[in-house]
Design a protein around this ligand. Structure first.
Ligand SMILES: N[C@@H](CCC(=O)N[C@@H](CS)C(=O)NCC(=O)O)C(=O)O
Length: 309
C-alpha cells in the first residue's frame, strides 16, 4: 500500500518529506491540503493535529516529519532516514535545523518572489487569513520564535556552519541522513521559493542543495483528499506488537499535542508506545478506527481525567 502525503506545495516540511521520498525512490500518493485550517479531511484522519505534513498508510496516520521519516526509512530500507538511528550529534543538528532555524529561514525568505508565489497559490482573502493564522500560531507558541531582525544573522550563521560541516557530499558523510533533509527544507524555502541570494556566498552548500534537489520527489501521483478517506475507511490499522502495549497508560483516554507551536491536541485511546513514538486509536466518523502515530520527543501526552485538573 502506497504512502499518502497530505501537504501543500509551499510547505517546507512537506518539501523535507518529498525530497526524502525522492532519495528513497518510493512511489507515493499526494493529497493536497490548504495552507491553513480548516482542513476537514485531516481533521477526520488526525483528529486535531494541525501541522503539515501528515502521512497515511491505509488506516495508520503519521503526524510530524519524524514519524513519517521513520516509515520511509523502513519502506526503503534506509535506516539513516530515521532520526532515532542517528548519533547524538546528528540528532541534535537535525533538531536545531527543524525547530530553531525553521522560523528564521521562513522569515528570511520573505522576498517579493515569495510574495508573488504565495499570491499565485492563494486568493487575496486566503492570504489575509494565512497571515493572521501564522501570527496567531507564533503568539501562542510555547517556544521563543525569532523575530524579523534576528532572522537574517541567524540564517547566515547557520549557513557558515553548514558550509563547514560539508566535508563530504552530505552533512554526516557520503550518504544523506535525516539531518540533511532537516537542513535542506528551510534553505530550499530561501533559495528556491524566495529566490533570495542569501545562500550564494556558500558554494559548498549550493552544490549540496543541488545534490538533494537531484533526488527529485519519487514516483508521485495525485489523489483527491476524499480518496484518502475512502482508503482509510477500507483499511484496518496495523496490529501493534505486544511489546509496544506495555505502557501503563495503554487503554486509557489521553490527549497528545505538540509542545512547541501549533499545540492543538488529538484525543483518543492510547493503543501503544515504543521508545520513540505513541499510537492513539480514534474512532473517526465514517472511517472506523484509525491509529494516529506521534513522536514522543517534542510532544506531550496527558491522561484525559487529569487534563482538566
Ligand atoms: N515538527 C513538525 C513541524 C511541521 C511544521 O511546522 N509545518 C508547518 C508547515 S511547513 C506547519 O504546519 N505550519 C502550520 C500549518 O500549515 O498549519 C514536523 O516535523 O512535521
Amino acid at each position: 500500500m502506497d504512502l499518502i502525503l497530505h501537504h501543500y506545495a509551499m510547505s517546507p516540511f512537506g518539501r523535507k518529506i518529498r525530497s526524502m521520498l525522492g532519495y528513497a525512490g518510493l512511489d507515493w500518493q499526494s493529497a493536497i491540503t490548504r495552507e491553513m485550517p480548516p482542513r476537514p479531511v485531516l481533521a477526520q484522519l488526525a483528529g486535531g493535529y494541525r501541522k503539515i505534513p501528515v502521512a497515511q498508510i491505509g488506516a495508520d496516520i503519521f503526524c510530524d516529519s519524524r514519524t513519517i521519516a521513520a516509515e520511509i526509512a523502513t519502506l526503503a530500507n534506509k535506516p539513516q532516514l530515521a532520526l532515532e538511528n542517528l548519533d547524538a550529534g546528528a540528532r541534535a543538528w537535525a533538531g536545531r535545523a527543524d525547530l530553531d532555524l525553521f522560523f528564521p529561514c521562513v522569515l528570511a525568505a520573505g522576498t517579493p518572489a515569495m510574495r508573488r508565489k504565495a499570491r499565485e497559490s492563494m486568493s487575496l482573502l486566503d492570504m489575509g487569513r494565512f497571515v493572521l493564522d501564522r501570527i496567531g500560531m507564533s503568539r501562542k507558541a510555547a517556544v521563543k520564535i525569532a523575530g524579523f531582525r534576528e532572522a537574517r544573522p541567524l540564517v547566515l550563521d547557520h549557513l557558515a556552519q553548514v558550509e563547514a560541516q560539508l566535508q563530504e557530499d552530505f552533512l554526516f558523510g557520503a550518504a544523506p541522513t535525516h539531518a540533511d533533509f532537516s537542513t535542506y527544507h528551510g534553505l530550499w524555502f530561501i533559495r528556491d521559493l524566495g529566490e533570495s541570494p542569501l545562500v550564494d556566498g556558500f558554494p559548498g552548500t549550493l552544490a549540496w542543495m543541488d545534490r538533494i534537489a537531484a533526488f527529485g520527489e519519487g514516483g508521485r501521483s495525485e489523489i483527491a483528499p476524499q480518496q484518502a478517506l475512502d482508503i482509510a475507511a477500507g483499511a484496518e490499522p496495523r496490529s501493534i506488537a505486544p511489546a509496544a502495549q506495555e505502557d501503563p497508560l495503554v487503554g486509557e483516554q489521553v490527549t497528545i499535542a505538540p509542545s512547541d507551536y501549533g499545540q492543538v491536541a488529538t484525543r483518543g485511546t492510547l493503543a501503544g508506545g515504543t521508545q520513540h513514538s505513541w499510537i492513539l486509536a480514534r474512532g473517526a466518523s465514517g472511517l472506523g478506527t484509525v491509529h494516529v502515530h506521534f513522536p514522543k520527543e517534542g510532544y506531550s501526552l496527558r491522561p484525559v481525567g487529569r487534563d482538566s485538573a
